[in-house]
Ligand binder design. Structure first.
Ligand code: COS
Length: 379
């Protein structure tokens, strides 16, 4: 990839690498332990012009190819997954608004999202509909020049800390064609946020339910037309899944970095354990998986930037990168032996964090479904 970067893009990635190393990474362990959302780091992303990287400059975005944006997500995730994943989720919501909002809503919301003043979130799942996303039951009823929303959404990353939500609701009959997408500002009366879920990891990234009781949003907040919300949600997820792949590669890289550093300084049998083939081969497999996962997301991003279909490749990248992150994190703990199982080293946290990447934005079983359906549809 580096050979294909312009000088400007190289400089951007160097800026991000030093920001991540100096200001993001030192925060991760304590914020995770305290369950503290690092909002100030997102404000800094905005100040560094990193909140809208893959959007047109004419709109106030960074005008960068998707691959460059993903490298930024990877670098941030390597430092602190909650921040890299947070940027990815923000971008998922921003994309839906940039592409599908009415001119009035777009003018109101998009500049704030691209500048990082507003943090975005995306809300598709419900307590009763996760993988079967088209079964959602939260209702949005048209009432004059507004939609009135009733129902409960679930598993919302940034629930309670976002400024604006993209919410998929049912405006029509059952199935995907009865779904519409709405922009819901966080301060909408009738919207309340549940207590954050108590999770295995990612405590610094709040996940919560959104409860709608007669919540009214202006009709201009509809994305696209009524009934287009499911396709918008799925298209947004194609890009979002590449974000998750980049998060996974960043996390895996962090685990490998730790494993290598440990293996060259830890001595057993009179020499560094890195020189023991059983350990060295583990490191080699970890590094190979990471390179392959990175190549996969960059190739999918190149297809996206070229305007080619990349739905299948995005699912493959998400699947492979998150499975790789899981395996690499397990092996990084193994390289550390007993120390790896303690909270004195970050690898136990990486292991807990890797797990969620096999679940979010479509479980890896759903990715396989997407890939196999795409293969057979074209056969
Ligand atoms: N881009 C554009 N349109 C898409 C699309 C995409 N990537 N994927 C699906 N669509 C459209 C289809 O073309 C179809 O439109 P028509 O009715 O006009 O033909 C419609 O959406 C329904 O698609 P499909 O029939 O594939 O819907 P299913 O109910 O079978 O659901 C899966 C498909 C299972 C793939 C989908 O529900 C899914 O991705 N589930 C996981 C949800 C998820 O990732 N949740 C995490 C959210 S983040 S908290």
């Amino acid at each position: 990839m580096s050979a294909r970067l312009t000088d400007e893009q190289q400089a951007l990635l160097e800026l991000v690498a030093s920001f991540a190393a100096e200001q993001v990474a030192p925060r991760a362990a304590a914020d995770e332990r305290a369950g503290r959302f690092p909002r100030d780091l997102f404000d800094q992303l905005g100040r560094l012009d990193l909140a809208g990287l893959p959007f047109p400059e004419a709109d106030g975005g960074g005008g960068q190819p998707y691959g460059v944006y993903l490298r930024v997500v990877e670098e941030l995730s390597r430092a602190f997954l909650a921040v890299g994943l947070g940027l990815s989720v923000h971008t998922l919501a921003t994309w839906a608004i940039a592409e599908h909002a009415s001119p009035e809503a777009r003018a109101e919301v998009l500049p704030r999202m691209l500048s990082g003043e507003w943090l975005g979130a995306y809300s598709l799942s419900e307590p009763g509909s996760g993988s079967d996303a088209a079964a959602l039951v939260t209702r949005a009823r048209r009432d004059g020049d507004a939609y009135v929303i009733d129902g409960t959404k679930a598993w919302v990353t940034h629930g309670g800390v976002a400024d604006v939500y993209v919410v998929m609701c049912r405006t029509g009959g059952p199935g995907p064609r009865g779904v519409s997408a709405l922009i819901v500002p966080a301060d909408t009366p009738g919207l309340t946020v549940g207590a954050p879920e108590r999770k295995m990891g990612m405590a610094a990234s709040p996940t919560a339910q959104l409860v709608f009781e007669g919540a009214r949003v202006p009709a201009r907040n509809l994305l696209g037309a009524e009934g287009e919300g499911f396709a918008i949600a799925m298209q947004a997820l194609d890009g979002g899944r590449l974000g998750i792949a980049a998060c996974a590669v960043g996390l895996a890289q962090a685990a490998l970095d730790q494993a290598v550093a440990y293996a060259v300084q830890r001595e057993q049998f009179g020499r560094p354990i890195a020189e023991l083939q059983g350990v060295g081969f583990l490191l080699a497999d970890m590094a190979t998986g990471i390179e392959a996962a990175r190549a996969l997301y960059l190739e999918a991003a190149a297809r996206r930037d070229a305007g080619e279909p990349y739905h299948r490749q995005a699912a493959m990248a998400k699947l492979f990168a998150s499975d790789t992150a899981m395996r690499v994190a397990i092996d990084a703990v193994q390289v550390h032996g007993g120390y790896g199982y303690t909270t004195d080293y970050p690898v136990e946290r990486y292991l807990r964090e890797a797990k969620v990447l096999q679940i979010v934005e479509g479980t890896n079983q759903i990715q396989r479904l997407v890939i196999s359906r795409d293969l057979t549809r074209r056969a």
